[in-house]
Ligand binder design. Structure first.
Ligand code: HEM
Length: 430
């Protein structure tokens, strides 16, 4: 096999005979473990996990060279069996590079251009006002208010639905889907390596994925069908509020009618909006609040960005003399990129002015929003949500720890947990 390879694999820890790097791939806090390993093995590291190739990129140069400049062949996604079992493979985030990917991505790109996002500004502003009011009334529950803000904005722009109560059917359905998404995760599980395990009966101990798939499928169908039916009914009775879904249905009808396939793609793309846009936005806002509160001791613990969403290659490639085979899972480790002291001076220090002249350190746009043809299509919208909320909070409130009975600052013990993003664990700030 080694003789047939056009170049050696990138360097990486030694592999065991059958299982490859299963023992040497960091299992806990992989973003930190991989950052350590990169010091020894370099910016482009190779792992073999049960025969599957995984490449970890640990510098902005390598990530940009491959995921941006060669995005023609680095823009697919690895297959996740758990997603296939719950019927989730048609969601843009998980689609392999190809026709379906282009169709769905186009819906996002049409709606979320820098200019197009202005249509959503009034919803972002009115929800921000509501957020400020809620924080004023119940400051101890600010995490709940921020979560509610992100969800409400997404529901309003996607379906034209205004969230008015804590027991909102759209929110309940969306939170149920979020729970499923968090459980399914973005990482490979044992059935990705041994797909036949999916056919084992669900009662078998350890076979959580079959039971999970059975439980999750109805919620996912509901998340797609319920809001769609509501918008269709509102459009039929002429009282639909402008939204991503209504806008695309109108456009399809103007262009000669919507086929069942068009409508299915639209339903899936709309339901993806909550999955991709809610937690990412609230965790970014909460992390900034916590950084402002705790500055300067603990900031290095926070990672507002995703730990990285895996890409997958669709052709063999050679990079700097290293062979990266077709079908390799390629992941840029955001933590290693953000903490690179060749790019950022004292990277663990929370110093936002580092991005302004005279230092003008590079903005971490790709670290936060991803790369090449898979870069986050909601980035202009998300950027505006975070900016409006943080600027408004700073204008109205002072973010400071509460005092204890002795009048001293009660510094909370903040922990970050891994979900879609790494986020402040809910409840710890109360
Ligand atoms: C602060 C908030 C957000 C952050 C940090 C964020 C970050 C990301 C990242 C890192 C990716 C993966 C890119 C890659 O594979 O290279 C992604 C994908 C995606 N994001 Fe966002 N995002 C945010 C908000 C949003 C919002 C509000 C929406 C929708 C309105 C959205 C829609 C999507 C979609 C649909 C994808 C999948 C794209 C694809 O696979 O082609 N995101 N996002």
């Amino acid at each position: 096999d080694r003789l047939n390879r056009p170049a050696p694999f990138p360097p990486g820890p030694p592999a065991d005979l059958l299982v490859g790097n299963v023992r040497t791939f960091p299992a806990h806090d992989p973003h930190l473990g991989l950052m350590e390993l990169a010091k020894k093995y370099g910016d482009v590291m190779y792992f073999n996990i049960f025969g599957k190739s995984v490449v970890i990129l640990s510098s902005q140069t390598a990530a940009s060279d491959l995921l941006e400049k060669r995005s023609m062949i680095y823009s697919s996604r690895p297959r996740f069996m758990v997603h296939e079992m719950v019927g989730w493979t048609d969601m843009l985030s998980f689609l392999p590079y190809g026709e379906q990917f282009h169709k769905q991505r186009k819906l996002f790109q049409q709606a979320f251009t820098r200019q197009g996002c202005l249509a959503f500004r009034s919803s972002q502003l009115s929800q921000t006002h509501l957020l400020l009011k809620k924080i004023m009334q119940y400051p101890a529950r600010f995490e709940d208010h921020v979560r509610r803000f992100s969800t409400a904005v997404i529901m309003e722009i996607t379906y034209g639905h205004k969230v008015t109560s804590d027991d909102d059917p759209y929110v309940n359905i969306a939170e149920e889907t979020n729970r499923i998404l968090m459980k399914a995760g973005h990482s490979l599980s044992i059935i990705d390596f041994f797909p036949s395990l999916q056919y084992l009966p669900s009662w078998l101990p350890g076979n959580w994925f079959t039971r999970f798939a059975e439980d999750a499928a109805p919620s996912i169908r509901n998340m797609r069908d319920f809001p769609f039916e509501q918008v269709r009914q509102q459009m039929a009775s002429d009282n639909a509020t402008p939204s991503f879904m209504a806008m695309h249905i109108e456009e399809l009808e103007r262009n000669g009618g919507a086929s069942l396939e068009d409508l299915q793609i639209l339903k899936v793309a709309s339901s993806q909006m909550y999955a991709a846009g809610a937690e990412t936005t609230w965790s970014t806002i909460l992390n900034v609040i916590v950084l402002l509160l705790l500055n300067p001791e603990v900031q290095h613990k926070a990672q507002t960005e995703l730990d990285g969403v895996p890409h997958c290659t669709t052709a063999d490639d050679i990079y700097c003399g290293m062979y990266i085979p077709k079908g390799t899972t390629v992941l840029a480790n955001s933590t290693a990129l953000a903490m690179d002291d060749k790019v950022y001076s004292n990277p663990t220090e929370f110093r936002p002015e580092r991005f302004l002249p005279p230092q003008s350190e590079p903005l971490p746009v790709n670290i936060s929003f991803g790369w090449g043809r898979r870069m986050c299509p909601g980035r202009h919208f998300a950027d505006a949500s975070v900016w409006i909320v943080i600027a408004s909070l700073l204008a109205v409130f002072e973010i400071a720890p509460r005092k204890n009975s002795m009048g001293q600052d009660n510094i909370p013990d903040v922990k970050w947990v891994s979900a879609i993003t790494r986020l402040v664990s809910v409840g710890l700030l109360r």
